[in-house]
Structure formats: structure tokens, C-alpha cells
Design a protein. Sequence first.
Length: 226
Amino acid sequence: MSSFSSDLMNRDFEVKIGEYFGRGWEIFKKNAVQFILYTLLLGIIVGVLSQLPSPLGARGGEGNPWGGGNLIANILMPILFAGYYFVAFQIARNRNYAFGDFFQGFQKFLPIFLTSLVSTILTAIGFVLFIIPGIYLAVAYLFAQAFVIDKNFEFWSAMETSRKLITRKWFPFFALALALMVLNFIGALILGVGLLVTIPLTFCIIAAAFEDIVGLNSVATTGDAL
């Protein structure tokens, strides 16, 4: 474990859900148009990819009318979703940003993809094994991608640091996760259009929590892990 991780584990903190929603909204507002446009673009990408034949996409072939797989989307979407963090962190740092920053996840393709893949597999196994372990891991990995993006951790270090940190205050983080689920449920109720706001806002809120509890690098980094 790095000295940074050791210091982090010894740091006292509180999970301030209301403050994170407020700070997340502040981050979102500063780039609302681009956040919404990017979310719309992701929706279009998912729609196009879903038309590819299974297993590359979700379109079923002969004898498989319902499709499945959607392999390309499963590979690309974690990278594209990471774009929200790249921009949110830049805004939180009061640094310049551009629409192209949403695609910076491709510069860290492997650790971001592996973090998504391994955490998803472990969480799924946890749900199969009595459900509760899956719920625990789904919350515990909330900061995993943020550690990859802002601290340049490798996937396993990011996952374990997130898990150990969040476990210290797991129930407040669980409440935060539930609040984010309610937020997106409300967004979906508004003819689905509300998701154009609530999806990026969710990432901004998590970025705000990470900023408060962990702290952000003063500048974006692609160098060695801290």
C-alpha cells in the first residue's frame, strides 16, 4: 500500500450527502450544456451499437430474436462514462476544459476497463452468493474509477482502496447510493429526458464526494501512481 493510501485510511471523514448534491449541482451547472450533449451522444452511440448483430450488438440473429451480448458497448461504455469524471474533476479544480476531455478515458483504457470488468464480475458473484455481498461491493467500489482517473491507480489498487475506504462508513455511502438511484428514477419518470441531466449529475455528485473525502490532484495527471 502506498503512503498516500495509508494516510487516507487513517483520515477521519464524514459522508455529507446534502453537501455533495449541492456541490455536484454546482459542478454540473458550470458545463450543463456539454454534459447534456455528451449524454445525448452516449445515448445515440448505445442505440447504434445495439443494432449490430449479437454478440457484437444486441440485435438477434436467426433463432435469436431477442439479441444479447452487446460486446462492443460493454467494452466502450465504461471508457465513455469515465469522461464525466475527467470533466467534473477539471471543473472542480477550476481548470480549463473542453468537450474533447470527455474522451480522455481512452488514454487510460486498460485500467478503466479492467476496473469496470473485475468490479462488475465480483459484484455479480456477490449477488449470486446471498445478494448481500453484491450490495456491499456495489457500494464499496463507488470510488474505484475515480482513483484510476485522478490518482492514476492500477485497477486492483483502485478497487481495494475504494473498498477499504468506503467500508469504514459503508452505511452512509449506501444512503448516498440510494439517493443517487432515486435521483435517476425521477429522471427516468420525466419521459426519460430527465436522465440527460440526472446521469451526468450523478457523476458530478460522486466527484464532489471524492473531492471532499479523498482530495483531488491539483492538475490532471497521466504519470505514475501516487
